[in-house]
Write a protein that binds this ligand. Structure first.
Ligand code: HXC
Ligand code: NAP
Length: 273
């Protein structure tokens, strides 16, 4: 459920439309909820009709919301979803690209198609979203947020597909920021560390032992909350974040400040698979 922000004014995004690819669960739905609670109209997209319907029904409790089924690997489907959003709300002001896939598989056992699948969803899917939404964002105040991960710069065993895809997202974010910045379109990314209550961490740390070991590598000694990631997105898209462009904002409780070593070592001794 969308809960009022204790930090941001409730009408901060009134009259604005936010398009969220992968916005039907977890971190991306958390971001959608937060923008909705701040007055924005929301349009969420993912593969599952049920998940889209459930997310839209929930978001409608806090404001205007709609959605569409699309696989971000299919550029035409992404374009069609964006067309539906424009038809419904007349504009898009902010796009969040967060659809992703993850599983743990050592490189020597990962099939080429397994590697390709994650790169297709995370990296190529994010390009599809950015590329398809760009014509509608060419105006001052517009923003794109790509969802990266600290795996982009932390080489975790069993995550070669995800590390490569997220590193690509960071590089793409910076290039688009340079190309589209002159037109007023800001392009930034958020790189969360472990986030509580998510599918991603259920897959990466399925037992309390995995979780405890990873928690010990985080200076704050806890996972991030969904609201903390959502507030990072809100900040970047608000006037307070107006001079951020091409930034990959790390939100990980200080885990990466210690370097990748601690995370990778704890991970290697605890990782499933
Ligand atoms: C090894 C696997 C595998 C596994 C799939 N594959 N799961 N290989 N171990 N556990 C391989 C398959 O064998 C196949 O290769 C290829 O990947 C494609 O598999 P499909 O099942 O056909 O793919 P698809 O139906 O498109 O599903 C994509 C998916 C799936 C990524 C595999 O898990 C998914 O839809 N995930 C979405 C939800 C999700 O993952 N959420 C977490 C995001 S968190 P072959 O060679 O057999 O054809 C995140 C970062 C977290 O991204 C960061 C935390 C710090
Ligand atoms: P999640 O709940 O599984 O969210 C993934 C979303 O993407 C779902 O809405 C899913 O819905 C959609 N999706 C997946 N494949 C898709 C495709 N091919 N086309 C369109 N939509 C697709 O996972 P999460 O853990 O919250 O992760 C969300 C984002 O945060 C991801 O980008 C992830 O890499 C990033 N992240 C997560 C963590 C963490 O701790 N969880 C840490 C760092 C970064 P459908 O199944 O209906 O398609």
């Amino acid at each position: 459920m969308a809960v009022a922000s204790p930090v941001f004014a409730p009408s901060l995004f009134r009259g604005r439309t936010v398009f969220v690819a992968g916005g039907t669960s977890g971190i991306n739905l958390g971001i959608a909820r937060r923008f909705s609670s701040l007055g924005a109209a929301l349009f969420v997209v993912s593969r599952s009709e049920d998940k889209v319907a459930t997310a839209v029904a929930e978001l409608r409790h806090s404001g205007p919301a709609d959605g569409a089924v699309a696989d971000v690997r299919d550029f035409d489907a992404v374009q069609s979803a964006i067309g539906k959003c424009i038809e419904r709300f007349g504009a898009i002001d902010i796009a969040v690209s967060g659809a992703a896939g993850n599983f743990v598989a050592p490189a020597a056992e990962l099939s080429p198609n397994g590697f390709r699948t994650v790169v297709d969803i995370d990296l190529i899917g994010s390009f599809h979203v950015c590329r398809a939404v760009y014509p509608y964002l060419r105006k001052p105040g517009a923003s794109i947020i790509n969802i990266s991960a600290t795996q982009a710069f932390t080489p975790l065993p069993g995550q070669v597909h995800v590390c490569a895809a997220k590193a690509g997202i960071d590089a793409m974010t910076k290039v688009l920021a340079v190309e589209w910045g002159p037109e007023g379109v800001r392009v930034n990314a958020i790189a969360p560390g472990p986030v509580d209550g998510t599918e991603g961490m259920a897959r990466l740390t399925p037992t309390s032992e995995h979780r405890e070991r990873l928690t010990q590598t985080i200076p704050l000694r806890r996972y991030a909350t969904l609201d903390e990631i959502a507030d990072t997105a809100v900040f970047l898209c608000s006037s307070a974040g107006a001079n951020f462009n091409g930034e990959v904002l790390v939100c990980d409780g200080g885990q990466s400040v210690l370097g990748g070593g601690g995370f990778a070592a704890a991970w290697a001794s605890a990782a499933p698979g």
